[in-house]
Each structure stands twice: as structure tokens, then as C-alpha cells.
Design a protein around this ligand. Structure first.
Ligand code: SF4
Length: 470
């Protein structure tokens, strides 16, 4: 553990950021061969990581760097890592290994790693020992200290900085938003739910909510800057407000954001089913700007397994929420996360998951085969079902979901939807998104990207629609 952590209190240090940023402007310029340094931030994992990377990019811009997506051109490379599944971690190890020849070719290249993976002591130490060309390793609670850590790592020694969760939220960090019309707005950090398979509470700390006036100010700024689609972010947005002086809950905050003047729409993720209130669903139903889409991870359809997962709800409660939401919100889209093959899950349990999927008729699913995370209770549980067997279950599930998605999309043919045009698809058509989160492709000029337009759906292709602009 570097000495740096022990000397200066976080807040004082945060105050002195500017000094470090100013000093780094000259240092990085010189290191880049007396030209503007190019910084690259690669993001792995979830939207929370994307939002964190936008802060790191914002701080790089303050240091006089411009941004690149090309490793070969970069003078500084930061990987913002994810620890949610083994696969994500393996990718990071592989990609860090691939930087070795680049560092050999360009000794002045600076390489650093941050994010959830680096918040785990055993991983941070492994990176530090096995990849001597990585000069900086810092965890999720250190983002606000990035300029200080970078300064130390560039001027003196390799650094590991993690495990210092002071439970505070540091506001005022510059943000470089990747998008210009679609953006992320974090409202809270951390999670107190401790689902037995999940590493997040151990790497992202305890729940803490940002102050509502700061969030509303950010939202107003985004609307003024032309953002058309704003997603409120948190590991569990439904517990927003806990621990704040202000007496506010998530439904109230969502309403306040949707009351901001302007032509835009609001989304949110992620919701924990145990905290979804009727008030929230009514708020969505009563406000046009709030998208008729709820991402509601159920994870499994077996109550026995939900208990082992420590999810704190059962399928009856889950279906109750779904039924109420469908009764209140027209054309509602519900998406979800499903883990297949949780330790101890039997084929009979799995069949209950398929039953639930058929009952809810999700628009789409994020599906994963269980991946043990070191340090989580589930990692110690007996897991007798072989991976190959779980993979067979997964393909059975995907088949069921494919049929449901196709049926849902077919029911949208002939209807007209207001879509936000997001990009040009590989097939040259424009790719757009409905408020209820379904992709519609249609022919049109690239000038429409970033704007709303009305499209009549003419065809359904599995879970993607085709249409014509009205
Ligand atoms: S709610 Fe559960 S799955 Fe989601 S981040 Fe928290 S602990 Fe993980």
C-alpha cells in the first residue's frame, strides 16, 4: 500500500487537485514529445463504469490531453475494469498483456488500471506484481484522486491505491460526456443488498445518494446542451434518498427531472424488485417524458433459488409488481437479467424460470451463466451441475425468449412510434429507439441522428423493427 494514502486527507487533497492538474499539463506535454498528449480510456462493464470513465476523460481534458480510441497513438492508456464476471476479468488480463509490446516500442507510454476489478486486493496485487509496465492501479473509491495519483505515478513511483471508501460523494469533477444526445446521469453509488453472487457491494461500497439539487442542475445542463435521452443511474435507484437530509425518494426525484422544460425523455436503471413502489409506477404512468420501460432484474424464477441468492423477494411479489405496472403503463416494456445455473439450481428450478419468462413476456433479457466471484457467499456454495449442462439450459432459455420477443415485435407492426434516431446501422439504415426501448430501423438521412421523429412500423424481424418515417 503506497505511502500517499496515509499522509493527506482525501478532502484536502481533493481541494488541491488544481495544483496537480497544472503540474501534469507540463509533465504530460513533455512526456508526449512536446506535443499535445493523447489519452485513451477503455471502459469495461456497466453504465456506472461508463459514467466513471467520463469523469476520467474530463480530468484528462483539464490536464491538456485530447482523447483517442487508438492504443497505438495514445501516450496514456487507462483501462476502467469490471469484476462482475470471470469472463470480464479474463479479457482485461489478456488486453493488459497485449500492451507489453506497445510499451516496449514506446517506453514513455503510461499505463494505468482502475475500476471494480482493481478494488479487489488480490487482483490489484496480482496486476502490480505480474505487469511491471503498469504504473498505476486504483480502485472505484479513488476516482476523485486521479490527478494526485497520476502525478505521483508519473513523477516518482508505481502506485496501488484502493480500499479507501470514506463513504463520501465528491462533486464538481469535470465530465467528458461520450454522447451528445444520449447520456448517463448517476444519482447514487454503491449497494447494500449483498445478493449472494454479487461482487458489487464489495467493490462499490455502501449506498449513498447525490443531493437532489445537484442532480437536477446536471439534468438541466444536459437538456440545455441538447441531450434528448437521459438515463438516471444507480446500482439500485429505488433506494435513492436513503441517508440524505432532504426527505426525498426516487419517484419524487424522477418526477422533478421530468418536470424540467425541454423536449427530452428520461430513463433509469437499475431497479431492485424489492424496492419498486406503486408510487414509482404511478409516476411513470402519469409523466410522458418518463419512458415506458422498466429494467427489473429477476435473476431466477425459483423461490428456493431466489432465497439462496439473498434477493429478498419471491416470484409472487415480482409478478405482483409486473401486473400492477402493466395495468398502469400503456405499451410497457420490461427487461430483465437472468442467471442460469446458480449453485444448487436443479433443472426443475430452471423450468420455473422459463415459466416466469413466459408469464412476464420480457421485451429482452440479459442472460448469464453463473460465474463465481471470489469473496461472495455463493462462491462457497456447492455447485454440482457441470457448465456444459448449464449451457444447454441457456440455449433452451434463449429459444423461449426469442419466440416471446418476436411475438411482441410482431404486435407492433402497423403502429406509429416516436423514436430517437441514434446512429447509422451497418446496413446503412438509421437505427432508432422507441421510448419502450425497442430498436426501429428505417431509411433516412444521417442528419436525423440525435433527433426525434415519428415512424410507422412496417415489419418485425425478431427483436428489431423496420419502419418508414412519417
Ligand atoms: S442489487 Fe444485488 S445484484 Fe444488484 S448490485 Fe446490488 S448486490 Fe449486486
Amino acid at each position: 500500500m503506497s505511502e500517499l494514502n496515509k499522509n493527506i486527507s482525501d478532502f484536502d487533497e481533493f481541494q488541491k487537485q488544481e495544483q496537480y492538474i497544472n503540474a501534469l499539463q507540463d509533465i504530460l506535454y513533455a512526456r508526449a514529445g512536446n506535443k499535445q498528449p493523447l489519452a485513451m480510456v477503455r471502459t469495461y462493464g456497466c453504465q456506472q463504469n461508463v459514467a466513471d470513465s467520463e469523469k476520467i476523460k474530463g480530468m484528462f481534458e483539464q490536464m491538456g490531453c485530447s482523447l483517442t480510441d487508438n492504443e497505438e497513438d495514445a501516450d496514456i492508456i487507462i483501462f476502467n475494469t469490471c469484476a462482475v464476471r470471470e469472463h470480464a476479468e479474463d479479457r482485461v488480463f489478456g488486453n493488459v498483456g497485449a500492451l507489453k509490446p506497445l510499451k516496449k516500442k514506446k517506453p514513455s507510454l503510461f499505463i494505468g488500471l482502475c475500476g471494480c476489478m482493481m478494488e479487489q486486493e488480490h487482483i490489484a496485487e496480482k496486476i502490480y506484481k505480474s505487469y511491471p509496465y503498469v504504473s498505476l492501479v486504483f480502485g472505484t473509491h479513488e476516482i476523485q484522486r486521479f490527478p494526485v495519483l497520476l502525478y505521483e505515478a508519473v513523477t516518482s513511483k508505481r502506485i496501488i491505491a484502493r480500499g479507501q471508501d470514506d463513504g463520501k460523494i465528491y462533486e464538481g469533477i469535470p465530465i467528458h460526456r461520450d454522447g451528445s444526445f444520449k447520456g448517463w446521469l448517476p444519482i447514487m453509488y454503491g449497494c447494500d443488498n449483498f445478493c449472494s453472487y454479487c461482487i458489487v457491494p464489495y467493490v462499490r461500497g455502501r449506498e449513498r445518494s447525490r443531493k437532489p439539487d445537484i442532480i437536477l442542475n446536471d439534468a438541466r445542463e444536459m437538456v440545455k446542451a441538447g441531450f434528448k435521452d437521459i438515463t438516471l443511474l444507480g446500482q439500485n435507484v429505488n433506494s435513492y434518498g436513503k441517508g440524505l437530509d432532504e426527505d426525498i425518494d426516487f419517484a419524487t426525484l424522477l418526477k422533478q427531472v421530468s418536470d424540467i422544460d425541454g423536449d427530452f425523455r428520461v430513463r433509469f436503471m437499475t431497479s431492485h424488485p424489492k424496492d419498486v413502489s406503486k408510487k414509482l409506477i404511478d409516476t411513470i404512468a402519469e409523466n410522458d417524458k418518463i419512458c415506458n420501460h422498466i429494467h427489473l432484474p429477476v435473476q431466477c424464477g425459483s423461490d428456493r433459488i431466489l432465497k439462496r441468492m439473498n434477493r429478498k423477494y419471491d416470484t409472487e411479489k415480482y409478478l405482483e409488481i409486473v401486473d400492477y405496472a402493466k395495468s398502469k403503463i400503456p405499451d410497457l416494456s420490461i427487461t430483465s437479467d437472468i442467471i442460469v445455473g446458480f449453485p444448487g439450481e436443479t433443472y426443475e428450478d430452471f423450468q420455473q424460470t422459463l415459466d416466469l419468462i413466459r408469464k412476464v413476456e420480457f421485451t429482452s433479457l440479459f442472460t448469464f451463466i453463473y460465474s463465481a466471484r471470489v469473496g461472495t457467499p455463493a462462491a462457497k456454495m456447492d455447485d454440482p451441475v457441470p457448465y456444459e449442462e448449464k449451457a444447454k439450459w441457456m440455449s433452451e432459455l434463449l429459444k423461449v425468449q426469442e419466440e416471446i420477443a418476436a411475438k411482441r415485435c410482431a404486435a407492433m407492426v402497423g403502429k406509429t412510434y416516436r423514436v430517437l434516431v441514434e446512429e447509422q446501422a451497418k446496413n446503412g439504415m438509421l437505427s432508432s429507439r422507441t421510448a419502450n426501448n425497442i430498436i426501429v430501423e428505417f431509411d433516412g438521412s444521417k442528419d436525423l441522428i440525435g433527433t426525434f421523429c415519428d415512424v410507422e412500423v412496417t415489419q418485425a424481424r425478431n427483436w428489431i423493427l423496420r419502419g418508414k418515417k412519417l
